[in-house]
Design a protein around this ligand. Structure first.
Ligand SMILES: [Zn+2]
Length: 98
């Protein structure tokens, strides 16, 4: 492993994420063009990322659960805001209208 490889290794994730500055990306591509080992690492990084993405999609929460969680978060933050402002919690709305 050369110094160039060590430098490349540090930036592989950013490179795969497309977050390298154009100058660094060009340097990385030049290195990858002649370094099999780093090219293999880039391929592995890409494979890992797409696997993580697929697993993430597979375990995404069902829509109903997500909505319930969002409601709970909204309630919690309203309750916190009320407590912080010293306000009384909002009265419950009586559906019967009594
Ligand atoms: Zn290399």
């Amino acid at each position: 492993m050369t110094t160039n490889c060590r430098r490349a290794a540090k930036h592989i994730t950013a490179y795969v994420d497309g977050q390298l500055a154009p100058r660094h990306r060009a340097a990385m591509e030049r290195h990858l063009a002649r370094c099999e080992e780093c090219s293999r690492r880039v391929a592995e990084e890409r494979a890992t990322k797409s696997l993580v993405r697929r697993v993430h999609v597979a375990v995404a929460a069902p829509e109903r659960l997500r909505q319930q969680i969002n409601i709970m978060i909204a309630r919690e933050s309203m309750a916190r805001a009320a407590a912080r402002d010293g306000a009384q919690p909002l009265p419950r709305i009586n559906p019967a209208g009594a």
